[in-house]
Design a protein. Structure first.
Length: 601
């Protein structure tokens, strides 16, 4: 090994320890340079792990295919290893830290043999933040290194700011596929056995067996959500699965809106929305993760800790998300599990007419007559956020932006109206705590099953969900005791369906009409009717200028059906019962009040 580019004692000691355990052939310190990117991607092309796209189509961009078994987050294999099982709560898998470490130490023994161990120093959020949040990932996957260079601020600059004593989250990752001498490698090595483990007390991450982004890019879900949510609980802030957007009205009024929707339920699309309403402007700050801290003004200020976009590919095109397409056209991206065109570009379902021939995500020939889809439903683009043409200047500001409204939303065919507004903060927390959505391909498992996904954080809360609800309720104290300074809470559903299975609301750019109503509610202007579940716009209160929508569909999209909501009550009761004593009493009171309102309706 060459001389390490740091003298940080704790970092060096940890690297020595991991190297002794995992026995890589060599150790490479990543500097984050362009030259390093070129070297890595060249190597990956050489081994067949990446295919270079045509420079005229997507400059400096690559196509990757995973092992068909390694395509999504593995929630069943994800563990919160708190010292006390009670701290992990009923929504997480738990194993005692010592037991998990022993088990995984066995797996890690010699697991990097024949491979390179890369040292990836990274920072979540701007490097000039008051307290930069550092992590160091050790990984034997060059695909992970290339992706981390897109998704985080990483490399030599980070090490420099870390100095000799900065705190950091140690994040160990191995694909778990050692190579014996002379053994030929495969394009996507991984291990059938997978563990994604978090040690909240010691703020450590151990990941084994998977190369898929959500399991392997450890700055993202593992650090910025699971570990950060624990830090946030301890320190009085929030680490959330939320987009952050800036909305400017034709009159020039600026509003900052955060939105929590479960995986593959529309955050990236909303964050980059191209408004169909004249004069309205949307700018992107973040599409997946928000860290929200109180400012001295008692308001919640949000930053996006990430540096790239790791977005769902299928469904993305110039009609649905033109700004994502413009971002991708600039290149410098990695596309995973999409289809490859014969002329060296990428294609996926939803991107207009399919070409006559493709190579699908499994490497097979594909034609429009093929039965299977060409791209995995959870195929992803990984691209620098700075390429987004509507990135707000505020993205770079370490103080973030003051949030005016929080949108909770899920994917529900029935019941949940297009938009409603919470009565107050605690009611808003109730809406978040009972948020429900149909499962998607973003996690391994059955798709389309309704489950509760509180604040869209079910797979990401690093501690007991009951304590998490209490923490949300307690935010009212953080706002200098002035709950009026907290964001207003709204609940949206772009996915309600009609009798023929059609979406009742056109969604995408047309969601600007809902955003306008939200902004006008913040100004105290727009009309709403009070319903048992909150304030819902009258059809006239939504600006429908230029929109061709069947009034019956619109009415159905906005409808609050007492019977449908009554049918939710047993499910919510069962959900709340899971938390026992840890369920804040005020949430039971909210449920009782809802029951009473529904009974009167
Ligand atoms: P993660 O990145 O996994 O956290 O998901 P996400 O919340 O960013 O989801 P994304 O924006 O990528 O959307 C996922 C899917 O929902 C895509 O197939 C979109 O086409 C679809 N989608 C997004 N917005 C809308 C909408 O307004 N209406 C409809 N019908 N579909 C939408
Ligand atoms: Mn996500
Ligand atoms: Mn997304």
């Amino acid at each position: 090994m060459t001389q390490p580019p740091t003298s940080h004692p704790r970092l060096l000691a940890w690297i020595d320890e991991v190297a002794a355990l995992t026995t890589p052939d060599r150790i490479v310190w990543c500097d984050g340079s362009e030259a390093e990117w070129t070297r890595l991607t060249d190597e990956l092309v050489e081994t067949g792990a990446l295919v270079r796209l045509d420079d005229r189509k997507k400059p400096n961009s690559f196509w990757a295919r995973t092992d068909p078994s390694d395509v999504a987050r593995v929630e069943e294999r994800t563990f919160i290893c708190s010292a006390d099982e009670a701290d992990a709560g009923p929504t997480n898998n738990w194993m005692a830290p010592a037991e998990m470490k022993q088990l995984m130490t066995g797996l890690y023994k010699g697991c990097m043999t024949g491979r390179t161990m890369y040292v990836v120093p990274f920072c979540m959020g701007p490097l000039d933040a008051a307290e930069p949040m550092f992590g160091v990932e050790l990984t034997d996957s060059p695909y992970v290194v290339a992706s981390m260079r897109i998704m985080t601020r990483m490399g030599a600059e980070v090490l420099k700011v870390m100095g000799d004593d900065a705190d950091f989250v140690p994040a160990l990752h191995s694909i778990g596929a050692p190579l014996s001498p002379g053994e030929e490698d495969v394009a996507w090595p991984c291990n059938e056995t997978k563990y994604i483990s978090h040690f909240p007390e010691t703020r450590e991450i151990w990941s084994f067996g998977s190369g898929y982004g959500g399991n392997s890019l450890l700055g993202k879900k593992c650090f910025a959500l699971r570990i950060a949510s624990v830090a946030a609980r301890d320190e009085g802030w929030l680490a959330e699965h939320m987009l952050i957007m800036k909305v400017t009205s034709p009159e020039g009024v600026v509003r900052y809106i955060a939105g929590a929707f479960p995986s593959a339920c529309g955050k990236t699309n909303l964050a980059m929305l191209d408004p169909t309403l004249d004069g309205w402007k949307v700018e992107t700050i973040g599409d997946d993760i928000a860290w929200m801290r109180f400012g001295s003004d008692g308001r919640l200020w949000a930053t996006n800790p990430e540096f790239g976009l790791f977005g769902v590919a299928p469904g993305t095109d110039f009609h649905t998300n033109p700004n994502a397409m413009r971002t991708l056209a600039k290149g410098n991206s990695v596309f995973t599990n999409v289809a490859l065109t014969d002329d060296g570009d990428i294609w996926w379902e939803g991107m207009g007419e399919p070409p006559a021939h493709l190579t699908d995500w499994k490497g097979q020939d594909w034609t429009p007559d093929s039965d299977a889809v060409s791209s995995h439903p959870n195929s992803r683009f990984c691209t620098p956020i700075e390429q987004c043409p509507i990135l707000a200047d505020e993205y770079h500001d370490p103080r973030g932006v003051p949030i005016d409204a929080i949108l909770f939303g899920g994917r529900r065919k029935t019941t949940v109206p297009l938009v409603s507004e919470a009565r107050d903060w605690v009611h808003g927390v109730y809406l978040g705590a009972t948020l429900s959505s149909e499962t998607t391909a973003a996690a391994v498992g059955q798709v389309g099953v309704v489950r509760r996904d509180p604040m869209a954080m079910l797979p990401f809360i690093g501690y007991h969900a009951g304590d998490y609800f209490q923490h949300w309720i307690d935010m009212a104290k953080g706002a200098s005791g002035d709950a009026a300074k907290l964001p207003k809470v709204f609940y949206v559903n772009w996915f309600r369906r009609g009798d023929q299975g059609q979406f009742l609301w056109p969604g995408f750019g047309e969601n600007s009409r809902v955003l306008k109503w939200v902004c006008e509610r913040l100004d105290g202007k727009a009309d709403a009717v009070e319903t048992p579940i909150g304030h819902v716009p009258t059809p006239e209160a939504l600006d429908l200028t230029g929109l061709d929508i069947d009034p019956a569909d619109l009415a159905a999209a906005l409808r609050v059906d007492t019977e449908e909501w009554q049918a939710e009550i047993p499910q919510v009761t069962e959900w709340f019962n899971r938390f026992g004593d840890k369920l804040p009493a005020v949430l039971w009171a909210e449920l009782d009040a809802l029951k009473a309102r529904l009974a009167d309706a």
